[in-house]
Design a protein around this ligand. Structure first.
Ligand SMILES: Cc1cc2nc3c(=O)[nH]c(=O)nc-3n(C[C@H](O)[C@H](O)[C@H](O)COP(=O)(O)OP(=O)(O)OC[C@H]3O[C@@H](n4cnc5c(N)ncnc54)[C@H](O)[C@@H]3O)c2cc1C
Length: 166
């Protein structure tokens, strides 16, 4: 996942956008596999004089760490943080919540959702039932692949199957 000047990007966001509906919130774990509260308590014990923003910049790029502090509106020396304050920070980091304003739309889209319904399409020849002269393959069908080459795979595999049956 990338933070860009236009918003969130990168493969994870591209994949999620296939499921996201306008108005949906996203909850992102900014410390995957780590209990942020545990990590913060451990840091408070080990390095009590360190500022929260310094601790954050050890885990994230400096500018992101600065932004996190601005968004949360809370910084200061670790030793002075109460458990409640660290819990609030941990919740913020392990369950970072955003409500996207929208997607980039067609400008950067890589695959379409929807298309010709597959119910009436033969999965062997890609003919339309009852209209064998008419065939649909690839992107135009209502098939959406996960990220990782599956849309190319679908386009090529359906083309080969269709072509071999002609
Ligand atoms: C920026 C981008 C990045 C992508 N990256 C990936 C990736 O990394 N991995 C992956 O799996 N998929 C990726 N995709 C998706 C993948 O490219 C498509 O799913 C795949 O190319 C679909 O193949 P297709 O042959 O079904 O359709 P298309 O590739 O769209 O081919 C349709 C062709 O029909 C032509 N055409 C349209 N109308 C007419 C007409 N009236 N008369 C004659 N010709 C017409 C078009 O010009 C086009 O050449 C990406 C897509 C984009 C846009």
């Amino acid at each position: 996942m990338l933070f860009t000047h236009r918003g969130l990007s990168g493969p994870a966001m591209l994949q999620i956008s296939s499921y996201w509906q306008p108005g949906d919130h996203l909850e992102i774990d900014l410390m995957p596999g780590k209990d942020a509260f545990e990590a913060l308590c451990q840091a408070r014990r080990a390095t009590p004089k360190r500022r929260l923003s310094t601790w954050l910049s050890e885990h994230y790029p400096k500018r992101l760490a600065q932004s996190l502090v601005e968004w949360q509106g809370d910084d200061g020396v670790l030793a002075e943080r109460s458990n409640a304050s660290l819990e609030a920070w941990a919740d913020f980091l392990n369950r970072f919540r955003i409500k996207p304003a929208g997607t980039e739309g067609w400008r950067t889209a890589e695959v379409t959702m929807g298309g010709v319904c597959v119910d009436a399409i033969s999965s062997k020849t890609f003919e339309v039932q009852g209209l064998p002269q008419l065939r649909f393959i690839g992107e135009v069908l209502d098939v959406t692949g996960e990220l990782g080459g599956y849309n190319f795979q679908w386009a090529w595999a359906s083309a080969v199957a269709c072509g071999q049956s002609v």
